[in-house]
Write a protein that binds this ligand. Structure first.
Ligand SMILES: [Zn+2]
Length: 135
């Protein structure tokens, strides 16, 4: 099988987590940490979770190309930058807004005449809950 180049476009996967969801990290160094999904990246099958998987980058002082003749601003100060790195979507679980537990996500359909795709909603898979995650 030919290896895909890293830049090769991939089919976006259907993520069960969406931007704005509260999720809990279920593996890795931030296991147990909860945060809001800041960005869903279906193409990479990854999500960025607020406060989770923090990466520290050290940057050096570098010339500021946009400073022009203003010598006071001609260097961008380096330093420590903390930033959330993307996590694999499989490493997080949606926290059910009704029972506050991390849950697998199921799908169900509302009654109605709308298109099936519009009636679809996500629900908590705990048998004693089963509430909608999408409110
Ligand atoms: Zn629930």
């Amino acid at each position: 099988m030919p290896r895909l180049k890293p830049s090769a476009p991939r089919e976006p996967v259907k993520l069960k987590v969406k931007k704005g969801d509260l999720v809990e990290v279920i593996s890795g160094k931030d296991k147990g940490k909860r945060g809001e999904v800041m960005k869903a990246m279906p193409r990479e099958n990854k999500v960025i979770v607020q406060g989770a998987n923090m990466m520290v980058r050290h940057t050096k002082d570098r010339p500021n190309r946009n400073a022009g003749a203003n010598t006071a601003n001609n260097v961008i100060k380096g330093g420590r930058i903390e930033k959330e790195a993307p996590l694999f979507a499989a490493k997080v679980m949606v926290v059910c807004p009704a029972c506050k537990r991390p849950t697998r996500v199921g799908y169900d359909y509302k009654e109605g005449d709308e298109k099936l795709s519009h009636r679809k909603f996500r629900k908590c898979k705990h048998p004693d809950c089963g509430k909608s995650i999408d409110g």
